[in-house]
Design a protein around this ligand. Sequence first.
Ligand SMILES: [Ca+2]
Ligand SMILES: [Ca+2]
Length: 358
Amino acid sequence: MVGIGSERENNRNIYIENEVTSFFGTSMSMSSEGVRKANMRAIVLIICVIFTIIALHAAFTTTAAALSLPTATNFGIINDTESACCDMSVAIPVTITNLENGPVAAIIFNILYNNSVMRVVGVHNGALTANWENPTYKNFNWGTRVAMVTKPPENEMIPDGANGSVALLVFNVTGEPGSWSTLSFSDIQLAEGPPDYQIGSAPAKSGIFTVVPCSLKGRVTDVVGTGIEGATVNLTLDGVSIASTSTDIWGNYWFSFAELPPGVYNLSVTKKRFWLNRTTVTINPDESTRADITLLLVGDLNNNGKSADILDVSLMWNAWANLIPKDFRYDLNHDGVEAEIEDVALMWNAWMGEIVLF
Ligand SMILES: [Ca+2]
Ligand SMILES: [Ca+2]
């Protein structure tokens, strides 16, 4: 029995020695106990190596995933400061700068502000999200949470490198002149499209909104009362241009007291496709003045808000034939002669859809 046991022990030692030899690639000669310890060390070494590889792989994978999350240089308002008169609405765009690791198919963000100064009353799509679903929003006592997503099948996602507005926040300004609020962004989530839908973020670009006392404000509309966006309002004093601004999406404009020294101003309003209109406004110190202006659409002789419809063509013919009185609106080629045959031709061509009058 002893002999058989010794033989088994010898065979085991030979087996272990061969295994260790094959692992280290060298011939080793050691005692049975030494071989057993070496074997254990080898196994521990192998396990350590395997775990190190797994850990490195996991770290690399996590880093790679983190690097590929959607982000941007910044996200928020363009200007550090925004301002408007009280008792007005103001539209403030939310913009993204240099989108990376997109494309982005959904956006969520919070905007924090003082709701005794201003309040979100609407959120519109921005230039980069013009074809997305309409944004949804919810007001809280700290501000507003906005969520927006592209329409399926996610073919209008915001591409890498994109710069521009993603939303237009419409505020009612209720604070007294001189009051102010920070406009801070938080919890900005930029979600990429399928298949991974990974969610990243971007540094917030925040700012300050101030309610300023208005020296002059008003609204620019067309003949049917629709506000005209992007009309240029220019103020001159004794022939010198003093201040200029553009109307907002409702046609509102305003000037602060700082911009306008007291005096009698010539106010002119221009917008492509509309006739210029002007009026005179008197600016007094510490007194707010209002001046609403209507712009007439070029080619809309019957004042129905449509240029060069069949009734406009008819009116132009009748004016040319001296059957009805005419005015500056009948001088479509701007040569100082009203309702001549060239003006009739322009109206006719516009009615045919061949040209646009301006
Ligand atoms: Ca018309
Ligand atoms: Ca003419």
